[in-house]
Each structure stands twice: as structure tokens, then as C-alpha cells.
Design a protein around this ligand. Sequence first.
Ligand code: FAD
Ligand code: DLZ
Ligand code: SF4
Length: 512
Amino acid sequence: IRNLILILGDQLSPEMSSLAQASSDDVVLMCEVMEEAEYVRHHPKKIAFLFSAMRHFAEDLRARGLTVRYVHLEDESNSGSFGGEVGRAVSDLRPDRVIVTEPGEFRVLEMMDGWQRAFNVPVEIRDDMRFLCSRSEFAAFAGGRRQLRMETFYRDMRVKTGLLMEGDTPAGGRWNFDADNRKPATLDLFSQPRKGFKPDTITKDVLELVGRRFGAHFGRLEGFDFAVSRAQAETLRDRFMVDHLARFGERQDAMLSGDPVLSHSLLSFYLNAGLLDPLDLCRRAEAVYLAGDAPLNAVEGFIRQIIGWREYIRGVYWLKMPDYREMNFLEADRALPDFYWTAETRMACLRQVITETRDNAYAHHIQRLMITGNFAMLAGVRPIEIHQWYLEVYADAYEWVELPNVIGMSQFADGGFLGSKPYAAGGNYINRMSDYCEGCAYDVRKKTGKDACPFNALYWDFLDRNADKLKGNHRLGPVYAAWARMSPEKKRETRQSAQTFLAELDALPKTY
Ligand code: FAD
Ligand code: DLZ
Ligand code: SF4
């Protein structure tokens, strides 16, 4: 054969650069391998989603006339790794060369770098054209700077794509309408329910397999109703545009116990796996705005997440790996509390978000950033441990997108390279943006003592504990000034309260 084209589990698009010029002389290789399923203990819903989507995509490729060599997890000859399967296919099929699109993880790129020599065949690694900004373009943007800012990058992407541009100026005269987007939410009884899909035969087989082989991983497999094909993902995309986009902005930062999704798109699973195209999605959102069916603050906010944050995060990943993974600017050294795996905690906010995560393999951005992320940072959890947790528990998690969000944005472990200040907050913030505190055993209004909201004392303790590293940050000037104004007794009480809480946390048994 001419080419052996390897398609990874998160490359499920007919537009992949590896598939350009593919013909009937080529063989497409797709493989379910234990190494990928176990290098971290992924949520069962994530594994089920990917295996089913891979199997559906293989069918699509066959329908287009391509030959697919699909290796199932339990095929007897399955060697269990990408390298093993490429090696086996090369020796069976003797291709002229192997073609692959660059992977989303550094770990996998390192494997690929060894294949040419190991299998004695030319290996061509092509750029991933699903992203607007290539790795080299991002490196040029970054220059040698010690700190980057998303906002500057985002403007470049607006100009590059022409999205929401009126000539050289941004639509509405501003680049960013976030100031209109910080409203707490109330339950919207008229909100359209989210569509789910009943498992077909392919998905049913996968669910049986995943339940049997990965049932011990954290997370609930029951109730799986994800889209697993391009057509289904497009149905969800179209419904989001009609039913939810208009309210995306105003509900973006809110959290409600009765509504795990609010007006978020729930499309990251499909974007990251290749079932939806990011630029196409943004153009569709822009069209909704131009038709007058959604306000600018909603559409700009949505587009910014995708051509701004998503691209920026990926740029930082490739710029900074492999060192980025190990960063720990604040020298945090606490083990991840067991309740991240059990949801058994009296803190209602954490209990709620971890329960939703376990059930849905999903939590929206503010839950990830301001509840589980914020708590881990305030408590001083080792960044590498909380990174591993995020990589395991969300169905949209791949290291290229998860790692900078955790290490940089949520834990400030890169010392402010990616973002300008730590996203630290006490109970007041959580109470303002959610309804969690109403059902909590702790009192959000109390600052210290046994029944006071732990976030309150932890917040000040975190700032005081890290003062030598954070005091110079000009965005934290006002909070350090407020801390300085507190009486010595109040300060002592606050720190004592935090220490008692942390000591109790450390004493909790480890069961997971
Ligand atoms: P929406 O709110 O509808 O946003 C639309 C799209 O914008 C998303 O689908 C996503 O593709 C993109 N987006 C929004 N924010 C970000 C961001 N910060 N970085 C990259 N893309 C963004 N996103 C992942 O895709 N995978 C992860 O593993 C992941 N881990 C995260 C960990 C932490 C600690 C934090 C704070 C954020 C993380 N995010 C991650 C970003 C964000 O939380 C999710 O993309 C979002 O919650 C997905 O839900 P949605 O599709 O409903 O998003
Ligand atoms: C996440 C994942 C899992 C669980 N299983 C597979 C698999 O069996 N085969 C596969 O091709 N890809 C899988 N993936 C996705 C890969 O981990 C992902 O493609 C790489 O990490 C690069 O982003
Ligand atoms: Fe969370 Fe504190 Fe509110 Fe309880 S009182 S839900 S711990 S913020």
C-alpha cells in the first residue's frame, strides 16, 4: 500500500490533514489501546464516548470508500499501544510511509518521534489544521516574553478570522463585552431541555465493554447519552444556536444546583474529538448575531472562548511543554483530598460539583475554576495531583487543553505566565454566583470558627502564606491592603481557623 494513515481517538474529522489526498491505495489505521485508556484512569463516559465515536467514524470513512484497519480493544492480536499497533500494521502492510496529524499530547508526540527508526519507514507528521494558530505562529506571538495575555492574542485572532469585525474595528466598538456577563442566575423553568441520544448497537457494545473493563474508574457510566457521530453532534450544535446561545453571556459565570449546564454549549467533547469544527461553529454563532437572534455580549463571549481561550491555551501548552507539567510556583505540597473522588464533604459547593462531575463527566467553566480549582489552590494542593484529577474526570480532557487551564489558569502554578492573577475567592463570591450556600452545613457569612465557610479563612490564609510571592502582583494590591488593615487578633483567628480546617483535612482517611 501507499500510505498508512493513523487516526487517533481525538482526530475524528474527515478534514484531518492526515486524510488530505487519501485514496483507495491507502489504509487508515484506528486502534483502541489499553495504554491510552489507562495512562490515567479516564472517566468511563469519556472512554465510552471515544470508543463509540471512533467506531462510528470508521464506518463513515468506509462509506467514503476508504479502507480502515480498525483494532478493537479485545482483539487477540492487539498489542495495547499506539506504537505496537503502528509497528504491527507496518509489518503486515508494508506501506511506503506512515502519515499522521500531530497529536494533542506531548507524551504521544514523543512516541511518534521514535517510529521512523523503530519501524524503518518514513513517518510524516502533519500540522493539525483544526486550530487557527499553528504552533510556530504562537511561538512568534509569544516572542521571548515572560508573561502573555489572552486578550492581545484574541484580538489578533479576531482580525485573522474577520469574526465580528466591521472593517478594522470590532463589532459594537469593543473587543470584549464581559462586563455585561457577570450576572448570578436564577432557575429558568422555560429553558429548553438538552437533547440526549439513545445508544445504538455500536454504543451498546461499547457500553458493555467499558462497564466490564473500566467500571472501577471514578465516574458513572449509566445514563450515557452523548452524541457519538458527526451528524448527532451537529444536531446538538444547531439546537444550542437556537435554544441557548442568546443567554450564553448573561449566565456564563453563574452556578445553580438544579441546572448543571445553564446556557453553556456542552460542545467541548465534540470540538476536542473532531466531531465539530471550531471555526465553523464560530461562524454559525456570528450568523445568529447578524440575524438579530442573539445579542453581541453573548456571541462575542462565546466566540472568545473558542478563538481566544481555546487557541491561546493550546499555544501555551506547546510553547511550554514539557516543563509546564511540573510547575509549582507556590510550592504547594498537600495531597489531593479524598473527597475529590467520593464527593463526601460537608461543603455543599464541592459536593455538588464533584457529584455532577462523577455523573456527567462534565462541569462548566466556573465550577471547574472557582469551586474545585479555587479550593485546591487555597488549600495548597500539589498542582500535579489536581492536574491528574482534571485529566481523569472530564470527557473533554486532553492534556493540551486541560494542563494550561489547571496549572496556569486555575492553580497559578506558572507564576502568572498565562494569566495575570490567581483566581482565588472566598465564600462571598461563591454565594453571589450560586445557590450552593443555601444548602450548606457551613455558614457563608461567618469568617472564622468551626461552622464558618472554610473558603473564607482559607482565602486569607492563602494570601498571607504566599505573600512573598504574590504581594508584588499589582492586581492583588487592594486585597493585601485590606489584610494589612485587619487587626492582629483577627488575623491570628483567621489563620488559626484555616490551620485547624487543613489539619482536619489532612487527617481524613484515604480510600481511593
Ligand atoms: P462553553 O462554556 O459553552 O464554551 C464554549 C467552548 O469554548 C467550549 O466548548 C470550549 O471548547 C471553549 N472554551 C471555553 N473556555 C475554555 C478554556 N478556558 N480553555 C479552552 N477552551 C475553552 N476545557 C476542555 O475542553 N478540556 C479540559 O480538560 C478543560 N479543563 C479545564 C480545567 C480547568 C481547571 C478549567 C478552569 C477549565 C478547563 N477547561 C477545559 C475549559 C472549560 O471549562 C471547558 O472548555 C468548558 O467548561 C466546556 O464546556 P462547554 O462546551 O459547555 O463550554
Ligand atoms: C483518551 C483516549 C482513550 C481513552 N482511548 C484511546 C484509544 O484507545 N485509541 C485512540 O486512538 N485514542 C484514545 N484516546 C485519545 C488519545 O489519548 C489522544 O488521541 C491522545 O492523547 C492525543 O491527544
Ligand atoms: Fe461552599 Fe462555603 Fe457556600 Fe458552603 S458556605 S457552599 S463551603 S462557599
